[in-house]
Each structure stands twice: as structure tokens, then as C-alpha cells.
Design a protein around this ligand. Structure first.
Ligand SMILES: Nc1ncnc2c1ncn2[C@@H]1O[C@H](COP(=O)(O)OP(=O)(O)OP(=O)(O)O)[C@@H](O)[C@H]1O
Length: 725
């Protein structure tokens, strides 16, 4: 719930006394943390000692111990900042401190309860109406290990008086919301609100679906939920893997510090452009092409591209056997291909079948008397043919192992693509698609688009995997058991690097978290459906911000991916990001795009409405002067690059505070001030343009400037009038 505005004055006497008391507790916790660190280091040393036994058992133990010790140390080391952030005082006088991890004293009594444990739930859930025996909730703010501020929340003032509990501070939430924004998202562990907490602690089974307007904390909740799941079912989710998917690479780097700050390092974060091994796409196709690629309309075309004879393969097979010339022409070879693929539709997996079919077809070309006269001839013929290097070479050329990237690049030739397209695509579509794939992906000269990633994944499925030669991925620890003496000691870093490699090839996950889910195309849902085929899910999104032109179609694709899993639905209703003035302005576009939608309430008023500016440079300068933190210039897709170079000198001079970003990449991000350049262009750029503009207008926490170059006499007017229309 909203709290009164925060005071910035120095702490008074009562507050100082309370702070000293809390400081004593925090000091004790940090001393204890140091002891825990010493124990972890001693445990690690013990692990290394075991390896000196020189047998396999010792090595296995060593490896397990060193790994576990390193995980503990990493978790303990990431907890310096704000380790203790809360305290609950109960009716019966019990005091419970809440923190990022659980810490116990030497008697095993809790000094701090982990925020994810059931005993901490009251910190987030207790309200004056439903107190859960809590009299006072205190938020403790620390810088490093130093207590700097307390904010109390009384749930039962009468009881507090009888327990002689002092009340200090005036609103941890407001203090958190008004702090300046930097390049990275912060955790919200000290101020998670009740409706958010319910979503964080939603059951680990089925699919938890979290909706809510801009700034309602959906991303924050999703990340805290990942930490919650890992804490409560560590074995299941650490070994099975938690995947977090965000819309863009910029977004992923914006959120990537949150889980480590909560002591969790094992979840895999990927953008939609990174869901396929070996591809890091960041570029978007223009809206019409993106829609074509995302809709599923290309599925039959991809199927045909995989099944067809690859261009450039030999059109004739020729061999001699006992003086007989055996020949198979192109039509016969095509027949063979069809027959083989009829039995095993994945060409990369079917090469052995193709080779057998080729031998069989060649055998049938021998004169009948030769085949009948010598009954054992068949086996000899088979071996003889397969042993020949020119036969092997032919098979490699006729039935090459292909990658998805090669097939898509092959479709970069309009004539080839037109053959596969048949009546599924018109000429203009063939031309546009071929142009978008021509020369892509080879040596990164021209990279694939984000919209190509699901097509590549689909192709990889259709092609199947070639039988793999054994490599070191198969046995992560094989190097540990070579020879009888200890040749080397694997460090924890080695093991994490190995585990990372294993993550890269992971084909499915135990839990999949999808952020900005409203934007996913049906084809992207198919990729996620495969990665999450055995997973439980958390899906986070806001239909009103959808960039996919047909939200119904996207929702249907999501239902297919989720199958018959039970749904747990949560709606977040408070916008914590935007000032009330900024959100009131942006909301007119939400109403235009989705008149029926329920919009969140913005809790913070600054008294400063969005402002209209004609000149981009002066709007940017003004924004930089008006706020302490970040400024985002948000443009249409087509003008981001030009705007970035136009503002290049300012970006360089602003020391990381100024970024230029297109409205699609701005998804999920936020800035203290936003300059939205040419809103009409953003709106007109795609069928979902009004929604995209709504996204752009809801990125600012404090100041919003609408910049319409050459917009004439309205010049520097504020647009408060427009807001209230
Ligand atoms: N309980 C909270 N305490 C402190 N800050 C909060 C809280 N909830 C949300 N915030 C802050 O509000 C801002 C918006 O949160 P977040 O980005 O998670 O919202 P969102 O719903 O994902 O927004 P969008 O849909 O626009 O991407 C962030 O700065 C976040 O830290």
C-alpha cells in the first residue's frame, strides 16, 4: 500500500537509538557470516585433502565437497549488501529478523530468517486487517554492513504501545521508488508488496500466470519467484534447470544482476534472440516480415525445404562391379530420398538409412543372373561398395548433414525458395523473405534477425541430429579418472565452466519463466513449448503492451505450449514505476488500443506532467539536468540508428546516463526521464503501433518529454490539457 512521502532529514534521537540497536544485531550477523565463511573454506580444504588418497572414491568426494563449498562461499560472498533488511515484532514479544539468507548462531537459533522461508511470509503479507500476529514491521536499510535507515509500519498501534515499541521512518516503499535509476535493475526483496508476494510464492506446479500493467513489478516478481523456487526445491530446479526468457539482449543485461544479488547464480537467462545454440540475434525484421515469420505460415515451406533434394547435390550415381556399370539417375535418386524420408523424416538422422537404400538400389541394377547365381554375393557387394572412398564421398555429397542455418541461407535464393513455397507464399513474400536470409549467419557478416530464431529451431527439429562422435561433453569428469595418481585438481571454476557448457546444450528445463509474454509470436511459443515440455511455468505479461498484431493468436499458441497444466492466475494492480501524471498521459493510448482493459493505479504523484518539446537536443539536455539518474531517448524502429548517431556526442559525454533505444527494445526497461521521439511515427510503424507507443510512454519514473520535431507553436507547452481530455 502507498506510504506517506519520505523524509530526507537526519535521524532524530529515537531513530538513532533504534538504529544502534539494529546495528548491534547486524554486526552479530556479519560476525557469524565470517564464521560460516571460515567453515566453508575449511570444508573446501578438507575436500582437497581427500583427493590425496589417490583413489577414485577420494576424487569423487573431493570433487563433490569442493563444488559444494564453492557454492556456499559464492552465496555467502554475494550477501554483504543489505544482508538483514527486515524485522517483525510479534504480539508475544518475539522478534524475527528477515534477510537475504538464513543465518543461525552457534546454538542453532535463527539470527536471520531467509526471506523465502515460510517464517518470513508475514513480512510481506501482514496487513492491519490481517496482522498474522505482527505488531510492527520494520524495514532496515544498510549500506554494506552499516545500518543507515529504518522505516516502520505499525499494524496494531495499541499493542505496540503496550510493548513499548518505537516507530521510526516514513515509508520504505516510497524511498525505494524514488531512488535514482541506474543501468541495472535492483532486487525489491525488502519491499515486496502483498499481492506481489502471493505471486512469488505461487505453487511450483503447473503454470503461474502473472498479468498487470506497466511498472506493476511483473519482472521483479518473476525474478524473485525464480529465487524462491530455487530455495524451496533446490535439487529439482538446480539440476533440472530454470530458464528465464526476456524480450531482448538489452533487457537481459538490465535484469541479470537481480538473481546474483539474491544469492542465486544458476538460472539461465536468455533473450528471444538467443534460444538457439550458436545464434545471438538482436536485429528485428520490419513489422510485415516479422508477422509472416512469426505466424506459422512458413511451417509447410520449411518442411519442404528440409525434404527437398539440396541444391548442388550430384544428379547421378555411378559405380562398377565385376565389370558391370551401375548407374542411378537423378529421378531414381529423388525416389530413394522420398522413400527414406517417408520412413524417417529427419534427414540428418536418416543418413544411415539413405546409405542402405542406395546400396540396395545399386544391387538391383546388377544383371539378374549375377544376383541369382551367387547367393552370398549380396553381402560381399554391400561391404565392397561401402568400403570404397568414392562411395563414401558420394553419400556425403548426396546426403549432406546440414545445419538449420545452412537451410535458411539456402532459402536466400528466391528461385529455390519459390520452389519450396508452392502456393503458400506470393511472389512479393518470396522476394522479401529471400532477401532477408541471403548470406545471413556466415561469419556473422549479415546476422539473422530475432524473428529467424524460431525458424532455425524449427528447422533443427525437422533436420534431426546427426549421430554424434563421442566428445568431452559426454563425461564431464572423465579427465579426473585418468591414470592412478592425481594428475590435476579440478577447480570449482572449471566445473562451473563445464556446467555452463552443459547448460548451453540443455534441451529442456524444469521451470521456464517467460517475461513480456504478450509479445511472443506463435512460432516463438513453439520454441518455448519444446524447451519447457517437461517444465512447470511462470508466464508474465500485459496484453495491452502486446507488439504481436493478433494477441488472440499468440494466446492460443501459449495454451498449446502449456498443455493441460493447472493455471494459477495473479493480477498486479499497482504501477510502482511511473508518476501518476506520466501514467495518466500514457493511459490514453492504452484505452485507445484496448478500451476494455483494466489499467493499474500509479501510486506516486510528482506534480510534474509530461511536457512537449520541438527540439530533440534541448529536450535531452533538459532531461539530463532534471534527473540524477538515467535518460532514455525512445524512437521508432526505423530511426533509432540515425538518432543514436545524431546524439552520439551527448551519449559519450553523459557517462552512461543517456541511451538511445527503439520502442521495441525499450520493453521492460525504465529510465528516470524518457524522451519519446516522434510518437506518431512509433504509432504508425506497425499494426500494434498504439500499444508500442504505450510501452514507450510508460518507461519513465519521473519526467516524460514528448518530442515532435517541427510541431510548431505548441512548442514548450506542457500537455497537462491533453491528459485530462
Ligand atoms: N514492491 C516493490 N518495491 C520497490 N520497488 C518496486 C516494487 N515493485 C516494483 N518496483 C519497482 O517498479 C519498477 C517496475 O517494476 P518492473 O519492471 O518489474 O515492472 P513490470 O510490471 O515488469 O513493468 P513493464 O510491464 O513495464 O515491463 C522497478 O523499478 C521495480 O524495482
Amino acid at each position: 500500500m502507498p506510504q506517506p512521502a519520505t523524509s530526507t532529514g537526519a535521524p532524530d534521537r529515537a531513530q538513532r537509538a533504534e538504529m544502534q540497536a539494529e546495528q548491534r544485531h547486524v554486526d552479530r550477523v556479519h560476525e557469524r557470516l565470517e564464521v560460516m565463511r571460515r567453515h566453508a573454506r575449511a570444508y573446501e580444504a578438507e575436500g582437497h585433502r581427500r583427493a590425496l588418497f589417490g583413489n577414485e572414491g577420494g576424487l569423487v568426494e573431493r570433487d563433490a565437497i569442493v563444488y559444494q563449498a564453492a557454492v556456499w562461499l559464492r552465496r555467502l560472498d554475494s550477501q554483504e549488501e543489505g544482508l538483514v533488511f527486515g524485522r517483525l515484532d510479534f504480539d508475544d514479544g518475539e522478534i524475527r529478523h528477515i534477510g537475504r539468507i538464513g543465518v543461525r548462531d552457534e546454538e542453532y537459533e535463527p539470527l536471520v530468517v531467509d526471506w523465502r522461508a515460510p517464517a518470513a511470509a508475514a513480512f510481506y503479507r501482514a496487513t492491519p486487517a490481517e496482522r498474522m500476529d505482527v505488531v510492527r514491521r520494520r524495514t532496515i536499510r544498510c549500506v554494506g554492513a552499516k545500518v543507515t535507515r529504518l522505516d516502520d509500519d505499525l499494524l496494531d498501534p495499541d499493542r505496540a504501545r503496550s510493548l513499548e515499541l518505537t516507530v521510526v521512518g516514513d515509508g520504505a516503499l516510497m524511498a525505494a521508488l524514488t531512488r535514482k535509476r541506474g543501468a541495472a535493475m535492483h532486487d525489491i526483496v525488502a519491499t515486496i508488496q502483498k499481492e506481489q508476494d502471493l505471486a512469488v510464492r505461487s505453487p511450483a506446479e503447473g503454470a503461474t500466470i502473472i498479468t498487470g500493467g506497466p511498472g506493476t513489478g511483473k519482472t521483479a516478481v518473476a525474478l524473485h519467484r525464480a529465487a524462491y523456487l530455487l530455495f524451496n526445491e533446490r535439487k529439482r530446479f538446480e539440476s533440472g534447470g530454470v530458464l528465464i526468457v526476456g524480450p531482448s539482449a538489452v533487457f537481459v543485461s538490465y535484469i541479470e544482476q537481480v538473481l546474483p544479488s539474491l544469492g542465486e547464480h544458476t538460472a539461465a537467462l536468455r533473450s528471444l534472440g538467443e534460444l538457439v545454440e550458436g545464434v545471438r540475434a538482436t536485429r528485428h525484421d520490419p513489422a510485415d516480415l516479422a508477422q509472416l515469420k512469426g505466424s506459422g505460415a512458413l511451417l509447410p515451406v520449411l518442411g519442404r525445404a528440409v525434404r527437398a533434394t539440396p541444391p548442388g547435390t550430384p544428379r547421378q550415381f555411378r559405380a562398377t562391379y565385376h565389370g558391370h556399370v551401375i548407374q542411378l539417375d537423378g529421378h531414381r535418386l529423388d525416389d530413394l530420398r522420398r522413400t527414406v524420408l517417408h520412413r524417417n523424416s529427419r534427414p540428418n538422422a536418416a543418413r544411415a538409412n539413405a546409405e542402405t537404400a542406395l546400396v540396395e538400389a545399386a544391387w538391383e541394377r546388377l544383371p539378374a543372373e549375377l544376383r541369382e547365381r551367387r547367393r552370398t554375393e549380396r553381402a560381399i557387394f554391400d561391404r565392397d561398395l561401402r568400403d570404397r572412398s568414392d562411395f563414401e564421398l558420394f553419400v556425403q555429397q548426396w546426403w549432406p548433414y546440414r545445419t538449420a542455418q545452412e537451410v535458411l541461407r539456402m532459402c536466400g535464393d528466391p528461385q529455390t525458395l519459390a520452389r519450396y513455397a508452392g502456393r503458400h507464399l506470393d511472389r512479393a513474400q518470396v522476394e522479401a523473405l529471400a532477401e532477408s536470409w541471403r548470406g545471413r549467419g556466415d561469419d556473422g557478416a549479415r546476422d539473422f534477425a530475432v524473428e529467424d530464431v524460431p525458424l532455425l529451431d524449427e528447422l533443427a527439429q525437422l533436420l534431426g541430429t546427426a549421430p554424434q562422435e563421442d566428445d568431452d561433453e559426454e563425461d564431464l569428469y572423465s579427465n579426473l579418472f585418468e591414470g592412478s595418481s592425481v594428475a590435476e585438481v579440478s577447480s570449482w571454476a572449471d566445473r562451473t565452466a563445464q556446467a555452463g557448457r552443459r547448460d548451453r546444450v540443455r534441451e529442456s528445463f524444469a521451470h521456464v519463466i517467460v517475461d513480456e509474454a504478450q509479445d511472443l509470436s506463435p512460432m516463438q511459443w513453439r520454441v518455448l513449448g519444446r524447451l519447457g515440455r517437461r517444465a512447470t511455468w511462470t508466464i508474465v505479461g500485459d496484453p495491452v503492451q502486446s507488439a504481436w498484431p493478433d494477441p488472440q493468436e499468440s494466446a492460443a499458441a501459449m495454451r498449446v505450449a502449456l498443455g493441460d497444466r493447472t493455471h494459477y492466475v495473479h493480477e498486479l494492480r499497482t504501477n510502482y514505476r511511473n508518476s501518476a501524471e506520466i501514467f495518466a498521459y500514457a493511459a490514453q493510448y492504452a484505452r485507445k488500443a484496448a478500451p476494455e482493459a483494466s489499467l493499474p493505479d500509479a501510486v506516486r504523484s510528482t506534480g510534474i506532467p509530461p511536457e512537449h518539446r520541438e527540439d530533440l537536443e534541448s529536450a535531452v539536455d533538459e532531461a539530463l539536468a532534471a534527473v540524477e539518474g538515467t535518460v532514455g531517448v525512445i524512437t521508432a524502429l526505423g530511426t533509432a540508428r540515425a538518432t543514436a548517431s545524431r546524439l552520439g556526442a551527448r551519449v559519450d559525454a553523459a557517462d552512461g546516463r543517456l541511451v538511445v533505444i527503439d520502442a521495441l527494445d525499450a520493453k521492460g526497461l525504465e529510465y528516470d526521464a524518457a524522451v519519446v521521439l516522434d510518437p506518431e511515427e512509433i504509432e504508425g510503424e506497425s499494426p500494434a503501433g498504439t500499444r508500442t507507443l504505450y510501452v514507450a510512454l510508460t518507461r519513465a519514473t519521473q519526467r516524460l518529454y514528448i518530442c515532435r520535431p517541427g510541431s510548431g507553436p505548441r512548442g514548450t507547452d506542457t500537455i497537462a490539457g491533453a491528459m485530462t481530455d
